[in-house]
Design a binder for this molecule. Sequence first.
Ligand SMILES: [Fe+2]
Length: 287
Amino acid sequence: MPFSTQDPNVRQDWLTIGSARALAGHAPERPWRTQLLGNTVRAWRDSNGEAIAKTDGRQLPLLERYGYLWVWTGDGPQHPLFALPEFDEHGRRIVDCGGIGVATSGLRVIENFLDMGHFPYVHTGTLGKLPHTEVAPYRVEIDPQTDEIWALDCHFFQPRASASAADGIDAQYRYRVMQPFTAALYKSCPNRADAQDVIGLFVQPLDDEHVIAHVLLVYFEDRLSDAEMIAFQHMIFGQDKPILESHRPRRLPLQGPLESHMRCDFASTTYRRWMRARGMTFGVHTD
Ligand SMILES: [Fe+2]
């Protein structure tokens, strides 16, 4: 089956097909199967330990980076994958939280990730708490070198910002959108005042309206077990999932006015404008 879209925003870019751990025990005769852009991808490790991914009998260019598998489905020249230097920083814990299936467009998943306004209502008692509903002013920039979106100087009162947080803090945030389906959050590290923990959100688009959202933690954290860190992220994502899946249409509309007078929406309106300027069609609602 061919891929379901020609949109260069996804066909001419690296897309994750999941954690590299998924390939354990798989060989050419027993491939691991997953889905990407409406097509089945088979993957395994060859006798040299190299990860191989194929679709329709064609081998896809593949990178193994940040503990994840990234494939290039198009024919165009490949550019480098986004940089995440914290991944290689000494002393960081790398915790792969695995993937969660969500029945909506990946664009909605990323947009929700950028939205601090929902914390007190959806993540009550952890990432937010009533009546602390105000989103303080923050800046949004597009890096001219990388074309990545950055939301800077964000902060929000959080009663329990992470699994290891004992008290409420005014959590400092930076958000980053590296690709239409890939984002990262840099937030106050409870254990080190001079550093920020990083949460990577790598969205695997199964098709226009279904994704697997993979979460990777790049933390300075030495008290909690992997299981405790993963459980906290799953609890948070479990609160977002039913809300994300209730939105109609599932695909994200990019038409209509993209300006908002709500300052809490600056990041999401920038994200929508950024995609419209790229001519994004995959996962996008059109009338
Ligand atoms: Fe959320």
